[in-house]
Design a binder for this molecule. Sequence first.
Ligand code: GCU
Length: 362
Amino acid sequence: MINEMLEERKLPSLLVMNDGRAVTRDIFAERRAEMLAILSDKVYGKMPASLGETTWEEVSCESNIRGLAQTRKINISFPTPYGESFTFPVSVTIPNSASADNKLPALVFISFGYLKYYPIEEILEQNVIVAEIQISDIAPDSSQDEFKEKMSRHYFTDGQREPDSFGKIGMWAYAASRVLDYLLSLDCVDADRVGVMGHSRLGKTALWAGANDERFTHIFSNDSGCCGAAITRGKEGEKIPRIYLKFSYWFCKNFSEISSSVEDSESTYFDQHFLLACCAPRKLYVASAAEDTWADPVSEYLCCVAASPAWELFGIDGFVHPDNLPEAWDRFADGNIGYHLRPDGHFLSRHDWMRFIDFLKK
Ligand code: GCU
């Protein structure tokens, strides 16, 4: 049943190189580079090359959460093209149990800054380190700054972007990688379990961050929908022309070219399973919500199925799932792609967090 549903979407091949060669495990790295190049060029814009070391400075360190943890406020800085560095804050909460002898998993949480989305006490009780960045510190989530403020000011003269320069999603994702630079310098962080997570537009961002930066071992997307974890062809709810109309600043300028054609399988040679496959063979987790029809849980589920062959190429399980669509409360997390369908609508709940943490700690 699921394969038939997928066939109807008429997706471009994941495991065929642009020149027609079949992708084997030995050349998957080349295929991943091709897929990243397509997504960079047409959707999210290019990630800038690193211009030097990321540095950091601790601004404060306080005991927090009933003495369970400490919260360090850190300013992260990285060099930018015009010579000055860009600095943004991150709030890193570290359970007291963490040490060089007891390394803990860590998560970069790309955040809107809403506390209701962050059950921090329960997360800490699970012995996970969380580094929270707020996107407004990196680049405002709006087109009103005309790409002249915060990080943009260091990359564009007078807001002028090249056709393939990154948009806001790319900037937030780049910043998540700079936080990872910091986390990996801590001897209490388990480098084999460092994830990136975000909800909705920030789920799209977490996927793009994880697709690009292979040091992220676990990638978590919550309700990311259109241009995130949902297949575009045949998608319900939000579609490309609409996301482009309202949120073109999330993407590169070239996105305008595909905004009308992406659902036409003849003229567009990618879909969102390419994005998920760029995370292979690492651990990926996609969470959907049953009533979130704008994001489209069915298209998110099918995208996991479509991306799975990239993992299987490595002789490991990709998405292990039954031959039917999921029902609310279903969770499939035996393979290297995990998925759950929560009841209700579009938000980041305690339930989602706890399932992510299970997967990170597994
Ligand atoms: C809008 C947008 C979505 C996005 C969501 C969010 O609904 O259309 O693409 O995921 O905002 O970020 O909450």
